[in-house]
Design a protein around this ligand. Structure first.
Ligand code: PGA
Length: 232
């Protein structure tokens, strides 16, 4: 069975979240829900497996709006996304920031879903781009057991476009080989970017992908259910 992560981003109101919990609770152990952070307590109280969309690169103190890895751990949250392309491209987070966040997450025993991916204009140079992202972010990181990489081509997020299965398989192999060269270990790689209830059956046939990071389609109970069922 592949792992499914639901990145809800900045969507849904409280009433909609309550309905979502009502509608998804029968399969709540089959996926990791990553809601807008203010709603996390509702999911925890209902025994979901929960992730947060980002953590601070700082430990604690005067950093208005940030949430530290230690605070996240103290809430009983298991996972954190780090380095999502919206963080990097909309909020100008650098690979050095991502590196600091990965270290904070690991120090506090969080499981990390590290997002990497090339922009459309970088597609032909994906090897160089992904290698730089991986090596910068893993600088000074000596244990990768709690890290999963999510390969998310930026041009595929929210656009309805996906690479071909062959491309995803080749790039996933490449990512694994870069990590393997540094750590002599296999790392799990997820695919993310316009995964939906229609393309999941085909995407699910890609052998070296360990699961999927689902954005838009995860907001709809029927779609996320279908995605989970197709990967069982
Ligand atoms: P999408 O988003 O499924 O809406 O393309 C994926 C993501 O950003 O993680």
């Amino acid at each position: 069975m592949k792992k499914i992560f639901a990145n809800m981003k900045m969507n849904l109101t409280l009433d909609e979240i309550k309905n979502y919990i009502n509608d998804t609770s029968s399969f709540k152990k089959d996926f990791v829900v990553i809601p807008t952070s203010i709603y996390i307590p509702y999911f925890i109280d209902n025994n979901y497996i929960v992730g947060i969309q980002d953590i601070s690169k700082f430990d604690n103190g005067a950093y208005t709006s940030n949430v530290s890895a230690k605070q996240v751990k103290s809430m009983g949250i298991d996972y954190t996304l780090i380095g999502h392309s919206e963080r990097r491209n909309v909020f100008n987070e650098t690979l050095e920031d991502v590196n600091l966040k990965v270290k904070k997450g690991l120090e506090n025993n969080l499981k990390i879903v590290l997002c990497i991916g090339e922009k459309l204009e970088q597609k032909d140079n994906y090897k160089e781009i992904l290698e730089e992202q991986i090596l910068t972010v893993f600088e000074g990181v000596d244990k990768i057991d709690d890290i999963i990489i999510a390969y998310e081509p930026v041009w595929s997020i929210g656009t309805g476009l996906t690479p071909t299965n062959e491309e995803i398989e080749t790039i996933t192999d490449y990512i694994k080989s870069v990590v393997n060269k540094k750590y002599n270990k296999d790392i799990d790689v997820l695919y993310g970017g316009s995964v939906n209830e229609k393309n999941i059956e085909s995407l699910n046939t890609i052998n070296n992908v360990s699961g999927f990071l689902v954005g838009g389609a995860s907001l709809n109970k029927d779609k996320i259910y279908k995605i989970i069922e197709s990967t069982k």
